[in-house]
Design a protein around this ligand. Structure first.
Ligand SMILES: Cc1cc2nc3c(=O)[nH]c(=O)nc-3n(C[C@H](O)[C@H](O)[C@H](O)COP(=O)(O)O)c2cc1C
Length: 332
């Protein structure tokens, strides 16, 4: 699959997840074979860019190409300026967020709130495409609610405005994360556009990936929450798409090395205080993933979660993590 000058290495993409898919996490997912991994969304309000949080979100040191930066905003000029500046800072693809249901984003009339006013959404897309010297892509939901499924129209108009790839999460804004993603409904977007289409929402297994692709007619799938604790998952599914092979999760020893490496990278990337807070979620997810792949009982997992996640000291946390993985290995 191609986006402008970039031929993607696979058709399984990591979803942008604010607070989760920071640079260290994206790098691991890409190394395992995710075809693309957009940055967490960055506000188009450049006045907020001096915050440490946004500075970290714009840091692409060592990230493999193509580097995708996702922007969220509601003002054409601001988005255009944000796109220009991010291209100057190394973005090779700009993704516009019209899919985020967060109240914070929606109240400011960006994210999926933009699906309530397609004319305004188009002014943002046109301004971004006009300003960016790199390909622009768009991420959306099916519509605002069941009564206004307008993803096909938005996608068609976005393609006409120069957007080069569309991702659709098969839920409406009003669904938030409730119910299940409707991959079949994404087919109407397939019928509306000829640029690459990515289907997203609730893809967890090889079979889900197959079913989502088949039902929607999409060229690629995007995986979000299922990759938490399993940064190898997009690559695993990419390999399945390419060869039909259903590979197992990496051995526990590799999983342990990965989470320890991620932990270290995160503390360096975010600084100790924020890094510890962010990393705790990842430690929990890594334990969940390890317990699942070793077939460990839930109460054993709960005990180790409490043991590891209550440690405030990184050295002790790493030691407890290693003990937990050893115990899981022995129980397997
Ligand atoms: C914690 C979290 C943060 C998210 N942040 C973003 C974001 O910054 N930009 C975006 O377009 N979508 C964001 N999303 C939505 C995901 O990219 C994805 O569309 C959604 O989770 C559905 O895919 P999944 O079922 O595979 O998780 C976020 C989702 C979660 C759970």
């Amino acid at each position: 699959m191609r986006i402008g000058p970039y031929e993607l290495s696979s058709t399984v993409l990591l979803a942008p997840m604010a607070g989760v898919t920071d640079r260290p996490f994206r790098q691991i997912a890409r190394a395992f074979g995710a075809g693309l991994a957009a940055s967490e969304m960055i506000t188009s309000d450049v006045r907020l860019w001096s915050t440490k949080k946004t500075q970290r979100r714009m840091d692409h040191i060592g990230e493999p190409e193509p580097r995708v930066v996702q922007l969220a905003g509601a003002e054409p000029e601001a988005l255009a300026e944000a796109a220009r500046r991010n291209v100057d800072l190394g973005a090779q693809i700009i993704d516009i967020n019209m899919g985020c249901p967060s109240k914070y984003v929606a109240v400011k009339q960006s994210g999926s709130a933009l699906m309530r006013d397609l004319d305004h959404a188009l002014t943002l897309i046109e301004a971004t495409v006009g300003a960016a010297t790199v390909p622009v892509t768009l991420k959306m939901r099916l519509g605002w609610d069941d009564a206004s499924i307008n993803a096909p129209e938005l996608a068609r108009r976005a393609e006409a405005a120069g957007v080069q790839m569309v991702t659709v999460h098969g839920r409406t804004r009003c669904q938030f994360y409730k119910g299940s993603a409707d991959w079949e409904a994404v087919r109407a977007v397939r019928d509306a556009i000829s640029i690459p289409l990515v289907v997203n929402g609730d893809i967890v297994t090889f079979d889900d990936a197959d079913a989502a692709r088949r039902a929607s007619g999409a060229d690629a799938v995007m995986i979000g929450r299922a990759a938490q604790g399993r940064p190898w998952l997009p690559g695993q599914i990419a390999r399945y798409f390419a060869t039909g092979e259903r590979t197992a999760a990496p051995p526990l020893s590799v999983q342990l090395a990965l989470i320890c490496g991620l932990y270290e990278e995160m503390l360096e990337h975010h600084g100790l205080r924020i890094g510890l807070r962010h990393a705790r979620k990842h430690l929990g997810w890594a334990l969940d993933a390890a317990a699942a792949s070793a077939g460990v009982a839930l109460d054993t997992l709960k005990r180790w979660r409490a043991n590891v996640l209550t440690s405030e000291d990184p050295v002790a946390a790493r030691a407890r993590l290693a003990e937990a993985f050893n115990a899981f290995g022995a129980a397997a």
